[in-house]
Design a protein around this ligand. Structure first.
Ligand code: SAM
Length: 249
């Protein structure tokens, strides 16, 4: 079905119905180099941001947690030692396959004894209502075509008392730093992508998609509109990255 609705794809506006496929092609293309590129692009800092994010989530044994857009498993691997029952979901099977291989290398079983891996579109989850204690999404939501639908689904699948956590790039408000970061990200990251992953365009998309993402207050308002209460934003590096959270009550 063709509609006149558009969606951002990096700095481009494209027909909304094309975004999912184009984002899919990006992540299928980078899946095998995704982890090494994350280290290169963030000079290892994504590891610290993810550690902090998981400290905020505070997964507990006996909880059920959905790690949405979980990709190659970085967030799930950090939560697994808690003993929580974790489902890693992503729309892209190539990303999940890399995650399943990484889990096997770490001795983490595929299934109820370890991690569950489930291909899902964040906008249209196949899970029933009110089954998860926590929903996490790290560096995933900006790739989704309809962010409001993904937030509504997050709210639907959480139990009452359940918590929502999102780690995402935003805009740093530190004077001077934003100019340096802008120059670095627009010029150097695509070159790094070319050198390491042989793919300049995908990394240009990743940077441009960060620029198009709503500001911290705008995104917090979207989380509230989805029904979450007691929403909070924790900026990291002046807001270069932010942890958003909210409760379903
Ligand atoms: N959470 C992982 C991490 O922090 O390393 C992976 C983040 S990666 C930048 C973004 C992920 O979002 C990709 O694996 C991509 O396939 C996934 N994604 C994009 N659109 C999605 C959608 N509509 N539903 C579920 N996952 C999606």
């Amino acid at each position: 079905m063709s509609t006149s609705e558009t969606a951002s794809f990096g700095y481009e506006d494209i027909p909304a119905e094309e975004k999912e496929e184009r984002v899919g092609a990006i992540f299928s293309g980078v899946a095998r180099k995704y982890d090494v590129m994350n280290d290169a692009m963030s000079v290892g800092m994504h590891r610290l941001w993810k550690d902090k994010f998981v400290r905020r989530v505070r997964p507990q044994s006996g909880e059920t947690i959905l790690d949405m857009a979980g990709g190659t498993g970085d967030i799930a691997f950090r939560m697994a030692p808690s003993g929580a029952a974790i489902t890693v979901s992503d729309i892209n099977q190539d990303m999940l396959d890399v995650g399943i291989e990484r889990a096997a290398k770490r001795g983490i079983a595929n299934g109820p004894e370890g991690l569950e891996w489930s291909r899902q579109n964040a906008e249209e989850l196949s899970f029933p209502d009110r089954v998860f204690d926590a929903y996490t999404i790290a560096f995933g939501i900006r790739n989704v075509t309809h962010i409001d639908r993904a937030l509504a689904e997050a709210h639907r699948v959480l139990k009452f008392g359940g918590r929502f956590f999102c780690l995402e790039f935003s805009t740093t408000q530190w004077p001077g730093f934003s100019e340096i970061y802008d120059a670095y990200s627009h010029k150097l990251v695509p070159k790094l992508g070319q050198m390491i992953a042989g793919d300049e365009d995908s990394y240009r998309y990743l940077i441009e998609s960060i620029r198009r993402f709503p500001t911290m207050p705008e995104f917090e308002a979207m989380i509230r509109d989805a029904g979450f209460k007691r929403t909070k934003v924790e900026p990291i590096l002046g807001g270069l990255v932010a942890i958003h959270s909210g409760w379903k009550v």
